[in-house]
Design a protein around this ligand. Structure first.
Ligand SMILES: NC(=O)c1ccc[n+]([C@@H]2O[C@H](COP(=O)([O-])OP(=O)(O)OC[C@H]3O[C@@H](n4cnc5c(N)ncnc54)[C@H](OP(=O)(O)O)[C@@H]3O)[C@@H](O)[C@H]2O)c1
Length: 359
């Protein structure tokens, strides 16, 4: 039995939001699609962009994340039209229920962005969360959806596609990767709508993979562990990933981070009854270190997302990466000095450029 979706809303129309909305429009030309914009200024920019999304593709996009080149590669633009928009200020007065909300804000923006939509989301809604890091769903459940019976069905997603915005509603799909997702188990009856959303995602030509929840959690934890051991060091030392393995001082920091991360995640897996021989091995300090080194080698010329955030003086997602590990370590009373030091150092950088902006 197939269920058709009345409409898909996309919240957070930056780089990844433009990618997702553009692909949804291209693949499903008749699907009603609405962008949820922050405010009237964002709506004015949408009108100035002729209510059109532009997604650029390097003519030879293949393989993982982009490598910086001296001459910019040729970009081929595809336009997506026939998309509606509403602002969050309209949303707080609007009452029409939202069937499917694809959320592509940064992790730290999500709660505030979703709050005005709360009254339009219930157990019949499906919310797809596509963010780096961990902890957003739990934060939303605590702050906005404390009653399990009226909670939307969540789908968590993660991607290795690489995308950067060049202007409002204009982004370049610079690295072709994959899109992985899983329906989060809930105490509510299994929703046909969640299946319909899963089918929609699976039909996108973005190398999508639906995974069982336990397998997907391991994927998220692995990605988080690697990001936590690479991103803050590159951001603090303003270096590309490859520099971490050629610098003995950074190698020592990575070793400490891998030790701490391994202990924290092993406890987390035990608590959530996810521990087994494979996960024990994958999250052992040695295996984790080897994995981190391999990622640094294969992405040697890349700037991590946190390094890019610091370069552009944007807030980072540290609270949902190393910060998430710190919160677990605090619950388990496990020492976490290296993660703590890095979180504090990144917060200090963020505070510094916030002060510069306010000056
Ligand atoms: N870009 C990538 O290649 C990539 C790859 C993998 C994963 N990710 C992850 O995907 C997530 C999104 O990343 P991104 O690069 O797309 O970030 P982004 O370009 O900064 O997009 C976030 C968008 O959310 C909007 N937003 C924030 N608060 C809002 C609110 N209250 N109401 C409405 N809109 C709001 C922002 O609008 P304003 O500009 O007005 O703030 C911005 O357009 C992040 O977690 C990131 O780590 C990104």
């Amino acid at each position: 039995m197939t269920v058709s979706l009345p409409r898909v809303h996309v919240l957070g129309v930056g780089a990844i939001g433009t990618l997702m909305a553009s692909y949804l429009r291209q693949r499903f030309p008749a699907l009603p699609l609405t962008l949820v914009l922050r405010n009237q200024a964002a709506a004015d920019r949408w009108n100035a962009a002729h209510q059109t999304l532009a997604l650029g593709q390097h003519t030879s996009v293949q393989g993982p994340l982009p490598v910086t080149t001296a001459t910019p590669p040729q970009v081929h633009w595809r336009l997506a039209t026939g998309i509606d928009a509403e602002t969050l200020t309209d949303s707080s007065s609007a009452t029409s229920p939202i069937a499917c909300l694809v959320v592509t804000t940064k992790a730290y923006q999500t709660r505030a962005a979703l709050a005005p939509l709360r009254a339009r989301l219930d157990s019949h809604s499906v919310v797809v969360l596509l963010q780096n890091g961990l902890g957003v769903r739990e934060e939303l459940e605590k702050a906005l959806f404390d009653r399990p019976a009226t909670r939307p069905q969540f789908i968590l997603a993660t991607t290795t596609h690489g995308c950067y915005a060049t202007a409002s509603y204009r982004a370049v799909h610079a690295g072709f990767g994959g899109l992985w997702f899983a329906v989060v188990p809930s105490s509510n009856a299994p929703s046909l709508r969640a299946q319909a959303v899963a089918d929609l995602l699976l039909a996108l030509p973005l190398q999508p993979h639906a995974e069982p929840w336990p397998q997907f959690q391991i994927r998220l934890l692995t990605k988080l562990a690697v990001n936590a051991c690479i991103n803050p060091i590159t951001a603090l030392h303003r270096c590309r990933n490859g520099a971490l393995i050629s610098h003995p001082k950074h190698r020592i920091t990575i070793d400490h981070l891998c030790q701490e991360t391994s202990t924290i995640i092993t406890r987390y897996l035990l608590e959530h009854q996810m521990a087994n021989a494979t996960s024990d091995l994958a999250f052992s300090p040695q295996e984790l270190c080897q994995h981190v080194v391999e990622v640094c080698q294969t992405t040697a010329k890349n700037k991590s997302s946190m390094y890019q955030d610091v370069l552009h003086q944007r807030p980072t997602e540290i609270d949902y990466i190393n910060g998430w590990l710190v919160r677990q370590a605090q619950r388990y009373r496990i020492p976490y000095p290296t993660h703590q030091a890095l979180v504090a150092a990144i917060h200090a950088q963020e505070a510094e450029y916030r002060m510069d902006k306010d000056a």
